[in-house]
Design a binder for this molecule. Structure first.
Ligand SMILES: C[S@@+](CC[C@H](N)C(=O)[O-])C[C@H]1O[C@@H](n2cnc3c(N)ncnc32)[C@H](O)[C@@H]1O
Length: 256
């Protein structure tokens, strides 16, 4: 079985390193993000020493959004990517759609938007990336940051992304990936499996959620495998850019 895939025969999939029934995974992922939502943004800064901000800035640079474009930020959680997109393109066009399966994450996002005075230019929607409530060819761009790893059927979510993109639209995924620098991979392993769960317990009071994070990263397809799966659903001109030695990677593809 390929990394990050499900087994259609047995009806099972991965939840971190555990094998679970396919129909259980979305609920388990939801429970993780229900638990971490209030401390999610603080934990991102602590876990990555702020580096996730650089990765997200790189994502917006690579997308190069233009005013007036219809953009879907899938698995948008607490709004980090959407806020950056909004800062870049302003509120003159259609609102940026922040869509996530988890109402608690979206709730934190809406509160943050209000706190920052971002009352226009964003619309919030609760839906599963595998069954998007949008007609074909709705968006000029689809972004997904640290979300694809969590969906049950990656290929279904990729196909949905392509479906809702207009011809000429672009898909951009920011996700943890495979470290390509020797020594860094060993250090990163130690950090992920020892420090992360400890930090999760200390700050968010939830060791298991951050153990899941480390495990789900290892289960996710590496750079080449994800690029191939994008091509398999019909995304073309796929480009990959490693960030921080492959700790994360950007995957860009087009619907032509
Ligand atoms: C690690 S957070 C990323 C949030 C945000 N994109 C960011 O970069 O800060 C992952 C998000 O994916 C969402 N998610 C998980 N499975 C999903 C699914 N099947 N459909 C939509 N969103 C999903 C979670 O609810 C969570 O908000």
């Amino acid at each position: 079985m390929t990394q990050g895939s499900t087994s259609p025969d047995s009806g099972t999939t991965h939840f971190g390193f555990r094998t679970v029934a396919e129909d259980e995974k979305a609920g388990m992922v939801r429970a993780v993000f229900d638990a971490v939502a209030p401390k999610y943004d603080l934990m991102n800064d602590l876990m990555s020493a702020g580096v996730h901000r650089l990765w997200k800035a790189a994502m917006v640079d690579m997308l190069a959004p233009r005013p007036g474009e219809a953009i879907l930020d899938m698995a948008g959680g607490t709004g980090d990517i959407a806020f950056r997109l909004l800062d870049r393109i302003g509120t003159s066009g259609a609102p940026i759609t922040v869509c996530d399966i988890n109402a608690a994450m979206l709730g934190v996002g809406r509160d943050r938007a209000i706190d920052r005075g971002k009352l226009e230019g964003l619309s919030w929607a609760c839906a599963n990336a595998e069954t998007l409530p949008y007609p074909d060819m709705t968006f000029d761009a689809y972004t997904i940051a640290f979300g694809l790893r969590n969906v049950t059927h990656i290929d279904v979510a990729l196909a949905e992304a392509r479906r809702v993109l207009k011809p000429g639209g672009r898909f951009l995924c920011l996700e943890f990936s495979k470290v390509v620098v020797p020594i860094l991979d060993k250090l990163y392993d130690t950090y992920s499996f020892s420090v992360l769960p400890w930090l999760g317990q200390l700050v968010a009071g939830d060791r298991e959620a951050y153990k899941y994070l480390a495990e789900s990263i290892r289960r996710f397809p590496d750079q080449n495998a994800l690029a191939e799966r994008m091509k398999a659903v019909g995304l073309t001109h796929v480009k990959v850019r490693n960030l921080s030695g492959g700790i994360a990677a950007l995957h860009l593809g087009w619907r032509i």
